[in-house]
Design a protein around this ligand. Sequence first.
Ligand code: GLU
Length: 286
Amino acid sequence: MTTLPTQIFRFAPSPSGYLHLGHAYSALFSWTQAQKHHAQFILRIEDIDTSRCRKEFTEAIYEDLSWLGLEWRDPPRNQSEHMDDYQRALKKLEDQDLLYPCFCTRKEIQNEVQQSGRAPHGPDGLIYPGTCRNLSTTERETRIAQGDSYALRLNTAQACALAGELYWHDERKGKVRATPEVFGDVVLARKDIHTSYHLSVTVDDALQNISCITRGTDLFQATHIHRLLQALLKLPVPTWHHHDLLHDEEGNRLAKRHNALAIRELRKQGKNPDDIKKMVGLLDQG
Ligand code: GLU
């Protein structure tokens, strides 16, 4: 008898605020899928953005999720402790000549876009007009030598040409053709933190052997870039399950600023875990 490899599901919150009902739904969704597939469930703390993430929020995440009845494989991975892994991935992309330093400030990008009279937008906002892609090697070296700070951007067109046609599987949508070109040249290493969400999440999902990535449909488009990075970095390709987002009665997306819907606030009001499950629609009302 052959034993199938263990499947692994994950919940990967950023500790930049208290968990709200939308997070609870996402965590419980992943947990429920893991149970259904007799899979492992892991928690990853996505804390690369040191200006927004706080230790107290990480502690609160542990506490709220435990209260909800979730159990995860210990210890959870804190991204901020694994910067070397992201630098290694950047090096692999650099070796393929797919990255370039971008010295532009937000303001400079806006000015450039304004002057061109075109402002194409992609899933992450304004598409970078490519200013620094065309700098000569000497210009790059001079600016780096004089200490100008820079981000590293992916030359997406070149990367797509190298990777060829790519596909990925979404549990709800089926086979999806990857269209990373809609992002333009994304930043893979920010000026301030030398990595990025797109890079870190892709590296970690591979390092942690995630078999199915569950997350909200707000990150559906991001998967196009992640699929491209997997191809360039020769990483295994999992499946994805993008779930719907929760909205309040006025149709607004539940975000961290809706403090009244923070799990700890609801706990204080006397709600129990089953009440939360009912509120997010994962347990029958009754
Ligand atoms: N850390 C991201 C967030 O809190 C989620 C990342 C992911 O699931 O891919 O929005």
